[in-house]
Design a protein around this ligand. Structure first.
Ligand code: NAD
Length: 466
């Protein structure tokens, strides 16, 4: 039995784990990262990156279909679903090989196999070549999360699918029921509806993208409806049956509603995720768990010395960029540095349907619920020269400022480049920039980002273009 000893052992090689491994190695630690699969995690292999490739295909196809509006005549526009999926897989392969390169460059030892904690400072890995015991002074758990299913319903991976299978179906389904209108549900609803699938979205809350500002989700709702997506909110799903070559989904409108059904070729269940905490040996050393996630302090330390946890396995927000940020804070803290703990009030969230949605900070509903006094500034893209010239007039920027000092409480963008633009407002919020700072910063003309300056101006009552 081979045995090896490291300063830092990371279990899980996603955007939390591989980033932790790189940072540890940069700080001079002898580091290993263990994964049962390819490095890169869900994000790179089955999440953020391959879905962005699929979504880009949908955008391109949508533009070509509407070419006549632009004076570009394209006859007989069609797509090859297999090739769309292949492109997405190639993108994931390319990015995964980039992570392998980073491991080599940073002298991190990758170990492929299934890891389990067996004692303080000890991890056992079942590799293709047999069992291997690894010692680590510091062990970082970064095992991620997996899709949750409705109680009593199981993924069969053919008809009742998760986002993973939705990424590489053999053919484009004629119809699909999407359960859950969070980021995953809405991105796939957009993707498949553009390709011509008849999509029904069932969401238990009273709005799609329910964590977003209501005015912003309403823009996406309207846009998807316009595309023909059948959206049912306050639709609580409690059953999915396989029938013939498809599925029948049962839902109720409200708690006491009558059961209704909808049939489709496929059912994508996107109702959230749960931490991967089973079979990794947490109980061997007594690592505390709360609501299916590992409990940590603000430096990602568990209750057991020498063990840390980062990323989706420690709970919301389940986002790749949060996992990577936690990785750096965790490693720097265990190295004896003095990193700033993460400010969870300043994390951008993005949904990559069209129009895109991006936000940071509080929604207007939360400002109200917290009794905050605020000013709102809004600027619609239909008043932006760049947006109109680009055929991207749908959507708006909405910024909420504290009434007294003008600090940013929340910033929301729905529109074509929303996910790129939000970085400006995230930085502004982090630096405690005020309404006057954003308004007073000259933004290049013509750009989509002028809308942020104009939204600030609108909050001050001095907008020029609206
Ligand atoms: P989510 O928690 O964001 O959304 C799930 C939705 O399902 C909720 O709106 C919930 O009300 C609804 N729901 C739950 N049970 C239901 C039921 N029985 N019937 C009807 N609706 C029901 O989860 P997700 O979209 O699966 O995404 C998982 C995580 O991954 C999220 O935290 C998300 O932010 C993250 N993610 C982010 C991105 C991105 O940044 N673009 C992309 C994918 C996933």
């Amino acid at each position: 039995m081979a045995s090896s000893s490291f300063d830092v052992v990371v279990i899980g090689g996603g955007p939390g784990g591989y980033v932790a491994a790189i940072r540890a190695s940069q700080l001079g630690f002898k580091t290993a990262v263990i994964d049962r699969d390819r490095l890169g995690g869900i994000c790179l292999n089955w999440g953020c990156i391959p879905t962005k490739a699929l979504l880009k295909n949908a955008e391109l196809y949508d533009h070509l279909k509407n070419g006549a509006e632009w004076g570009i005549e394209c006859d007989n526009i069609r797509f090859d679903f297999k090739k769309i999926v292949e492109r997405s897989r190639r993108v994931a392969d390319k990015m995964a090989s980039g992570v392998d390169f980073l491991m080599k460059k940073n002298k991190v030892t990758p170990i492929y196999g299934v890891a389990k904690i067996i004692a303080p400072g000890k991890v056992r890995v079942e590799t293709a070549d047999g069992r291997r015991d690894i010692e680590g002074k510091h062990i970082i758990i970064a095992t991620g999360a997996r899709p949750r299913a409705i109680p009593g319903v199981e993924f069969d991976h053919e008809f009742i699918i998760s986002s993973k299978e939705a990424m590489f179906l053999g053919q484009c389904p004629k119809s699909m029921v999407v359960i859950g209108a969070g980021a995953i549900g809405i991105e796939f609803a957009y993707f498949y509806s553009v390709l011509g699938t008849k999509v029904t979205v069932l969401e238990a809350q009273d709005s799609i993208l329910p964590i977003e500002d209501r005015e912003i989700s309403a823009v996406v709702h309207k846009s998807l409806k316009h595309r023909g997506v059948d959206i049912r909110t306050e639709a609580f799903v409690d059953g999915v049956q396989k029938v013939g070559g498809g599925v029948e989904v049962t839902f109720r409108k409200g708690k006491d509603g009558k059961p209704e059904t909808v049939k489709a070729d496929k059912c994508l269940m996107a109702i959230g995720v749960q931490g991967n905490i089973a079979n990794i040996g947490l109980e061997q050393v007594g690592i505390a768990v709360e609501r299916n996630h590992i409990k940590v302090d603000r430096f990602c330390r568990t209750n057991v010395e020498g063990f840390y946890a980062i990323g989706d396995v420690i709970g919301p927000p389940w986002l790749a960029h949060v996992a990577s940020a936690e990785a750096v804070v965790c490693v720097e803290a265990l190295a004896g540095h003095d990193p700033h703990p993460i400010n969870y009030d300043n994390i951008p969230g993005c949904t990559y349907c069209q129009p895109q949605v991006a936000s940071v900070g509080l929604t207007e509903e939360k400002c109200k619920a917290q009794g905050l006094e605020y000013k709102v500034g809004k600027f619609p893209f239909r008043a932006s020269g760049k947006a109109v010239a680009s055929g991207e007039a749908e959507g708006m920027v909405k910024i909420l400022f504290g009434a007294r000092y003008g600090e940013i409480l929340g910033a929301h963008i729905v529109g074509a480049e929303a996910t790129e633009m939000i970085a400006e407002l995230g930085l502004a919020k982090a630096l405690e920039a005020t309404l006057d700072d954003i308004h007073g910063t000259i933004h290049a003309h013509p750009t989509m980002s002028e809308a942020m300056m104009e939204a600030a101006a609108a909050a001050a009552g001095v907008a020029i273009h609206i």
